[in-house]
Write a protein that binds this ligand. Structure first.
Ligand SMILES: [Zn+2]
Ligand SMILES: [Zn+2]
Length: 648
């Protein structure tokens, strides 16, 4: 008999040689019908692989990442079969699953695959799939494998690097491929398939090698899933923050300034400023104190912090000065500066916690290929803060930080999130610094605070940094994509390295604990996510411009200016479009700018002392005519629905 540990921690005994699918059947027939892949002790196995030892088994369905991986990788086998059929003599190399779908890298030699062939390939893949071919893994000797692929230099290279006795082929239908496994039971469940694109890719990613053709595809168990996926892709393209950032005139990049260095245009800068003021106000209430530190620091500072040893080689290199021996680094993080602020004077336990906040701009070197809009840049501003507290205060401080993060999310319309708690590896306690007692305190503080605040949590063992456990908020945006926002990290390392102390009630010196936290993460990345989440329709309180006055003709300029003036008195951000254009054109332009309110003024309005409101995205002329005072009340009421006052 063998003992099988299931993900819920339960242990069941089975006869040696029982397969994952048989284990699934013993749990329920329904589960067995849905299981399409499995992993055993962390290694992907086939659903029919006989299990010979004790171990931990995870069964995957389409709803698991593991299930999708097997589904997509298996489809790459069928696609490769079809491509071999349609382009005889091509040389297959590797065909893995990726985050969304799969690809196969192929040497087409003198043949060429074009868009016009995609439909034919997709139809044939589905035709073969409908025949319900089983995927069967078969062990082969190295000699056999080399013989089978003697005309394929790529597979020959792959096989040469494998150890004899570990090599397997996978057969389905008339097709065989070198493969170590990870397949769905049979092709029958592949019900929809699409080739997404083709691109060039060097063999093994090395540009000295031959360029192959990478064929990207995706597949689903239902046609409906494919349709939904394609709709989502279109929507994501429409919401791309780089596109919206340009349309809304928020930010730009200049090749002259340098790649990965965003330039904030007036509207974008105002948006940033509004976000900063919003957080500063809440932080002030939560007992934070603002500090300001320079953009550079002596190299020695980062040697002390340990950042230099860890990241120095892959960072912007030191800046030297005309004086000999002076070396500075662009600040890659604000923590060391804040530690030195703490060190300016001695502290007693009665003074703690100290909470230092700074919108600190930092610089990190990213390879040019890694740069992406505002989400991967070389210079960005963190909404950073460091809390220095006693170990006994951790619990309370953690809860307070969670409150602040939740306030940020609710004010900005992020409703769907989970808290991921990263703790130590249960098995390997050696690699973490700090005493066991302190770690337990910190880990419990995070777990209790999350429970106390009613967060839905996932615990990841072994994901903690060597210097402390952390909590990340994983936020789902309007398109269901997951983003990591709002990290809270406990740190025992920097207080040690910077020799931070406070005098305890016992009159002895102790080390404070440090919490790093950033609800937004960085202003750049946060605004990018917010743009894609809201498609540019920010909450009203945040909109750079809340209203625009559209005059029916130049005749009403004086009245329009009067309206603008009184809007300003009501602290409503507005502008005036007094161009000699038709009202239709003015409305269209305001719609592109996603301005929430269009206020139309003409003869009637001037006579009655009113404005006619038209809302963004709503057809028809503004049908409510109201006074400016009434309009201000409408705006304020709408703002108060999302933006509440932060209370502690
Ligand atoms: Zn395979
Ligand atoms: Zn920090």
């Amino acid at each position: 008999m063998i003992k099988i540990i299931l993900p819920d921690g339960s242990v069941k005994e089975f006869a040696k040689g029982t397969s994952p699918i048989e284990v699934a059947k013993s749990i329920s027939e329904g589960l067995a019908r849905n299981v399409i892949s499995a992993s055993f002790d962390g290694i992907i196995v086939e659903t029919v692989t006989p299990l010979l030892t004790d171990g931990a088994l995870i069964l995957y369905t389409w709803n698991d990442e593991g299930g999708k991986k097997a589904f997509w990788h298996s489809t790459s086998h069928v696609m490769a079969q079809v491509l071999e059929e349609m382009y005889p003599g091509i040389k297959l190399t590797l065909g893995p699953a990726i985050a969304n779908g799969f690809y196969y890298d192929i040497d087409f030699e003198d043949q060429k695959i074009t868009d016009a062939d995609f439909k034919k390939i997709e139809d044939r893949v589905l035709e073969i799939s409908r025949e319900k071919h089983e995927f069967k893994l078969r062990a082969v000797s190295k000699a056999e494998a080399l013989e089978a692929y003697k005309d394929n230099v790529y597979k020959t290279e792959l096989i040469s690097n494998l150890e004899d006795g570990t090599i397997t082929f996978c057969d389905h239908s008339t097709f065989t491929d070198l493969c170590r496994g990870g397949h769905i039971p049979n092709t029958g469940i592949i019900k929809a398939m699409k080739i997404m694109s083709v691109a060039g890719a060097y063999w093994r990613g090395d540009e000295k090698n031959k360029q192959l053709t990478r064929v990207y595809g995706i597949s689903f168990p239902k046609q409906k899933d494919l349709t939904e996926y394609l709709t989502l892709l279109e929507e994501a393209k429409r919401r791309d923050h780089r596109k919206l950032g340009k349309e809304l005139e928020l930010f730009a990049f200049s090749a002259k300034v340098g790649q990965g260095l965003p330039l904030w245009l007036p509207k974008g800068a105002a948006l940033r400023d509004r976000l900063e003021q919003f957080l500063k106000k809440a932080q002030k209430k939560a007992g934070y104190e603002q500090v300001v530190t320079p953009h550079i620091g002596q190299k020695e500072l980062y040697v002390t912090s340990g950042h230099y040893a860890k990241y120095g080689a892959d960072s912007f290199q030191p800046i030297t000065t005309p004086a000999e021996g002076e070396e500075f680094l662009l600040k890659p993080m604000n923590c060391p500066h804040h530690c030195e602020i703490y060190n300016v004077r001695p502290w007693s336990y009665k003074d703690l916690p100290k909470r230092y906040a700074e919108f600190g701009t930092v610089y990190r070197y990213e390879q040019s290929g890694e740069l992406h809009g505002l989400t991967r840049v070389r210079g960005f501003t963190q909404d950073d803060a460091h809390i220095f507290c006693t170990p006994d205060q951790l619990d309370e401080e953690f809860k307070k930080v969670i409150d602040l993060v939740l306030y940020v999310f609710s004010s900005l319309g992020f409703e769907n999130f989970t808290a991921q708690i990263s703790l130590r590896d249960k098995e390997d306690r050696e690699k973490y610094i700090g005493s066991d007692e302190n770690w337990e305190k910190a880990e419990n503080a995070i777990i209790n605070a999350s429970k106390d605040k009613g967060l839905s949590t996932v615990i990841e063992y072994g994901e903690a940094a060597f210097y402390g456990p952390k909590l990340d908020f994983m936020v789902k945006d309007a398109l269901g994509r997951q983003w990591q926002l709002g990290t809270i990290q406990v740190d025992y390392n920097l207080p040690e390295r910077f020799e931070l102390t406070y005098k305890g009630s016992d009159n002895e010196l102790h080390r404070p604990v440090m919490i790093h936290r950033a609800p937004f993460g960085s202003m750049e990345r946060f605004i990018a996510i917010l743009l894609e989440h809201t498609a540019g329709n920010f909450p009203l309180w945040l909109m750079p411009e809340q209203a625009i006055i559209l005059s029916l003709s130049e005749k009403y300029e004086n009245y329009a200016k009067k309206v603008l003036n009184s809007l300003e008195n009501h602290e409503i951000r507005a502008s005036l479009d007094n161009r000699n254009e038709t009202i239709g054109k003015k409305i269209r332009d305001a719609e592109i700018q996603k301005l929430p309110f269009m206020l139309i003024v003409g003869e009637e309005e001037e006579k009655n002392g009113t404005i006619s409101i038209r809302r963004h995205g709503q057809e028809g002329k503004g049908n409510i005519s109201v006074t400016v005072d009434k309009f201000a009340a409408i705006v304020n009421e709408e703002i108060s629905k999302t933006l509440k006052t932060f209370t502690v």
